[in-house]
Design a protein around this ligand. Structure first.
Ligand code: AMP
Ligand code: GLY
Length: 424
């Protein structure tokens, strides 16, 4: 079977790595892929911002199945276009992907279906923002409505700062169309968890939960990023909590989307804040998380391919996944300056020794290969991932592997999973 993975990050490398282990996969392609993915799949050029380009890539390789990594092609309607041509593809339609692509859509949907989430207001003008702010206490969370690649959320300590952040988003200067409307939200306190489920439009199957580390600096300081590291352990979520989230979040979302004529097939990522009054949904993503996918797939014992097919064919069941009782952790090595401006093209050294450590896999997030050397080609460069019987060992192995690797400006968090280690 020929499989095409769309995307070019650490998440896509993990998907390629896992799918390559499937006995039914005979040929694996990645569009556009990256330097490290090229070692495990044939990379083909494509622009993920263009449906035409993706259709042309699929026309060239004629895959039996396409798996979409990032949100942008889903929000543009790649699933609708491929399905219309009779091509099998994993992921939600454009209408269903609104759960991620429009925060106002997601908030209004959650309100209609009584899914626990922070109080909010949707505003299209500065006057509406001013009026709404009267009903909020500080800090206020200000979010651009559309896709903003992690740059669309501001925690405003005062109402003045909230008004200024909203005005900047509404002006369109910073985020363009994504900021045409803003969502103001009550600020929730607690631990964040990523809870992912596979859906076939009616039934759902949970994956193991993971915790991302979104801020750039140790101790959760500095700006928000796409994610600087993640871990998953058997203890991260009690079975009763999984059941609660299935019945109060995942199943109501999937049933609600179906009832509203937007059947949700694919991966539903529920970003949660575990507050003192119970879990609240911070956001939905319509795809696998990055970097959560790296440790999650490291813990997956069963074949990923049949699970993805079950989503397309309408036969998802809770037995689709078998998990290891090991723990896994992923530490992201980023370019100096990320999430702000950074320079690419720095030579990466030491990769060949990094995988010598048992249970360790270096996923490439933003690299290119020239001759036999790898160079940095993105903000997040490598996702060093380790699996071991205990979280402590997994963390030790990941950081040991990192000691081998270097490139100019390399930065990473030294405290991935540290809070969980203190608790255990
Ligand atoms: P989002 O893209 O909506 O997930 O927001 C990005 C990050 O901002 C989240 O992962 C949280 O760390 C934080 N965040 C978003 N909404 C809230 C909220 N209502 N209260 C507290 N933190 C939030
Ligand atoms: N790790 C957060 C995301 O994938 O959006």
């Amino acid at each position: 079977m020929k499989v095409l993975v769309i995307g070019s990050g650490g998440r896509e490398h993990a998907l390629v790595w896992k799918l390559r282990q499937s006995p039914r996969v005979t040929q694996l392609y990645c569009a556009p892929g990256n330097g490290g993915i090229a070692y495990e799949a044939e990379c083909i050029s494509a622009d993920i911002k263009s449906l035409e380009s993706l259709i042309s890539a699929a026309t060239r390789v004629q895959p039996d199945l396409t798996v979409v990594g990032p949100e942008l092609p889903l929000a543009l309607g790649v699933v609708d276009e491929f399905t219309r041509r009779g091509w099998r593809i994993f992921g939600p339609t454009r209408a269903a992907a609104q759960l991620e692509a429009s925060k106002s859509f997601a908030k209004e949907f959650m309100q209609r279906h009584r899914i626990p989430t922070a109080h909010y207001a949707v505003c299209a003008t500065n006057e509406e923002v001013r009026d709404a702010l009267a009903h909020f206490s500080t800090p206020v969370v200000v979010k651009a409505d559309g896709l903003a690649a992690g740059k669309g959320v501001v925690m405003a300590p005062t109402k003045e700062a909230a008004g200024a952040a909203a005005a900047e988003m509404l002006s369109g200067k910073m985020l363009g169309e994504a900021g045409a409307r803003v969502v103001l939200e009550e600020c929730l306190q607690g631990e964040e968890l990523s809870f992912l489920v596979l859906s076939d439009g009616e039934r759902v199957a949970p994956l193991v939960a993971a915790q991302d580390h979104k801020r750039a600096g140790d101790g959760d300081t500095g700006p928000n990023t796409g994610g600087m590291g993640a871990y998953s352990t058997p203890q991260i979520m009690a079975p009763e909590m999984v059941e609660w989230l299935l019945s109060h979040v995942a199943r109501p979302v999937v049933a609600g989307m179906k009832a509203e004529g937007m059947e949700y097939r694919g991966l539903l990522y529920c970003g949660l804040m575990m507050t003192a009054t119970g879990p609240h949904v911070l956001e939905f993503n319509c795809r696998f998380g990055d970097p959560e996918t790296q440790p999650i797939l490291m813990r997956l014992e069963s074949d990923l391919l049949p699970a993805l097919e079950a989503s397309i064919d309408g036969r998802v069941s809770e037995g689709d996944f078998t998990w290891s009782s090991d723990s896994a952790v992923c530490v992201v090595l980023a370019s100096g300056g990320y999430p702000g401006a950074f320079e690419a093209g720095k030579k990466i050294v030491g990769l060949e020794h990094a995988s010598d450590i048992p249970g360790t896999k270096v996923f490439h997030a933003g690299t290119s290969k020239r001759d036999s050397a790898y160079y940095t080609a993105g903000g997040r460069v490598l996702a060093v991932t380790a699996r071991a019987p205990s979280l402590e060992q997994a963390v030790a192995h990941a950081y040991e592997a990192i000691q081998n690797i270097g490139f100019e400006g390399m930065q990473y968090r030294k405290d991935i999973a540290a809070r969980a280690l203190v608790k255990s």
